[in-house]
Ligand binder design. Structure first.
Ligand code: PLP
Length: 418
């Protein structure tokens, strides 16, 4: 958690017209880029004009250690200089070590016999593997899969079938069938939907893309009881909420969120690789066997040694630097401070640890985010009425304070009629 020592940017490699070129050849599905970023250090990034920004989005919960963390860079460099890639017919120490470590982190009480980790390249892919497990679980006798309203699990055809937002789904229908959406947080509705023809229930312990919405206390424990009774798999998508972001390794480890629940599958990505593309399907117990066997599932790059070494470096730094306790403390402090600003445009603060949504009284989040960007702070308007923070876990209190100092003016600007 050292402060950056330099503020001068690397030589701009972009030049005039670069931003226009961006969309010409590259398929930029998110629209024109807001800035051209050329360098990062800790929780700061610099644009091509040398302006510094506090990165409170961290690549959307990805850059767990911030940018250019020395131990991370060293681990990746060493692995790349040793062995960069092997085919699936071989294993590497980084990959095996990561799988063992993930089982230990996900199930601190000990992973059930038979547990295995499938390494993929992204959160979407991790969920696709879980979806295949669900399909194999019970076969034709269990054609139904349950997910929640507001859910986001990715954008490939299978993961998209689990994703609730109509604007994402409708252009691509028909999607793989069998998925039913249950109202968020409604246990009576879940109970009514559950049955012995259900293969799996997919849940995000904290819905990220829906605006940082934690499941209500007690929901997960009841969902576990219902899925167990019905013989259905409980799949927890911790792609955004996992890997230390909540001040615990997994969001479902928080007593008031998960309360000791042991799921059947946990999917991870984002913060796992700290910036390297990697995902993991952590399959607990005998269910893991449904993906084993020749040709059942696979990917060329999943478990790539460099990405696996990156993930091990992230986990190592979180442990060595005591970041879980730091995140829990700083997250609570930051949420309380935002709430305490008492600004008329603030409706509330949601989240756990450093996965936070600042709720606004009006749908002005894009303008608040734009004003903050101009002031040197990167956040994300996750909804029209909510700004999301998912900063590096190494964010310091002083950096968080600088954001608090800038927030009221951004809220004022956004409130002024254009
Ligand atoms: N699941 C959740 C909960 C997510 O938030 C996301 C991405 O935002 C995904 C899955 C998809 O992950 P990826 O973009 O790595 O494919």
């Amino acid at each position: 958690m050292t402060e950056p020592t330099t503020t001068t940017p690397a030589a701009a490699t972009t030049g005039p017209g670069w931003a226009q070129r961006y969309g010409a050849a590259l398929m930029n599905t998110f629209g024109a880029p807001q800035r051209v970023l050329v360098r990062g250090e800790g929780a700061y990034v610099w644009d091509a004009d040398g302006r510094r920004y506090l990165d409170l989005l961290g690549g959307i919960a990805v850059n767990a250690l911030g940018h250019a963390h020395p131990a991370y860079v060293a681990a990746v460099t060493e692995q790349l200089g040793t062995l960069g890639h092997v085919s699936n017919f071989f294993a590497t120490p980084a990959q095996v070590g990561l799988a063992e470590k993930l089982l230990a982190l996900v199930t601190p009480g000990g992973a059930p016999a038979g547990s295995r980790v499938f390494l993929a390249n992204s959160g979407t892919e991790a969920n696709e593997a879980a979806l295949k497990m669900a399909r194999r679980h019970g076969g034709a006798a269990r054609p139904r899969i349950l997910a929640l309203e507001g859910a986001f699990h990715g954008r490939t055809m299978g993961a998209l079938a689990l994703t609730h937002k109509a604007a994402y789904r409708e252009p691509f229908e028909p999607l793989p069938g069998g998925v039913e959406f249950v109202p968020f947080g409604d246990l009576a509705a879940l109970e009514a939907a559950m049955g012995d023809d259900v293969a799996a229930l997919f849940l995000e312990p904290i819905q990220g893309e829906a605006g940082v919405r934690p499941l209500p206390p007690g929901y997960l424990a009841r969902a576990r009881a219902l899925t167990s009774a019905a013989g259905a798999l409980l799949v927890l998508d911790e792609v955004q909420s996992g890997m230390g972001r909540t001040g615990t390794w997994m969001a479902h480890h928080l007593p008031h969120v998960g309360g000791g629940v042991v799921p059947d599958v946990v999917t991870l990505a984002k913060g796992l690789g700290g910036g390297f593309p990697i995902g993991a399907t952590v399959a607990l117990g005998e269910h893991a066997a449904t993906l084993l066997g020749p040709g059942q599932h696979g990917t060329t790059f999943g478990g790539n040694p460099v990405a696996a070494a990156a993930a091990l470096a992230v986990i190592g730094a979180i442990e060595d630097e005591g970041l879980l306790a730091h995140v829990a403390e700083l997250g609570t402090w930051l949420r309380e401070k935002v709430a305490g600003l008492g600004h008329a445009r603030l409706a509330g603060v949601r989240g756990e640890g450093l996965l936070i949504a600042i709720e606004l009284t009006e749908p002005v989040a894009p303008r608040v985010a734009a004003a903050l960007l101009d002031a040197g702070f990167i956040v994300n308007p996750v909804r029209e009425d909510a700004v999301r923070l998912a900063p590096p876990l190494v964010l310091t209190t002083a950096q968080a304070q600088s954001f608090l100092d800038a927030l009221p003016a951004a809220l004022d600007v956004a409130g002024a009629r254009p």
